[in-house]
Write a new protein. Structure first.
Length: 107
């Protein structure tokens, strides 16, 4: 929220090619995506505490299931981000080669 409200007020000379509030919205989107893994990790810790105090094997299994779900979602998010990076790099290479070829033809 600081990016959305405070940054535009403090930045009278806006030299950025995009509005500073856009950074705030991007940050909010990333934080919304990461809520699910954090929720699984929080469930793991609370159920693990109960399982250790009561020495209940079923609770321990449930806690470890939440830990596995946490790592699974973090892994999926990581794979998606890496694939986006690869697609962006390929797109930049293709566009760069097209611009270079256009300069050679026009010369």
């Amino acid at each position: 929220m600081v990016f959305i409200i405070v940054l535009p007020m403090m930045n009278e000379q806006n030299n950025m090619p995009f509005p500073p509030a856009l950074l705030g919205f991007i940050y909010l989107i990333f934080s919304a995506i990461y809520i699910l893994p954090v929720l699984f990790l929080m469930r793991f810790s609370s159920i693990l505490r109960k399982a250790i105090n009561s020495t209940d094997e079923n609770l321990m299994g449930l806690a470890l299931k939440n830990l596995a779900l946490h790592f699974r979602t973090v892994g999926i998010i990581t794979i998606v981000v890496i694939s986006l990076y690869v697609m962006i790099i390929i797109g930049m290479l293709v566009l760069g080669m097209g611009m270079y070829a256009g300069n050679l033809i026009g010369a």
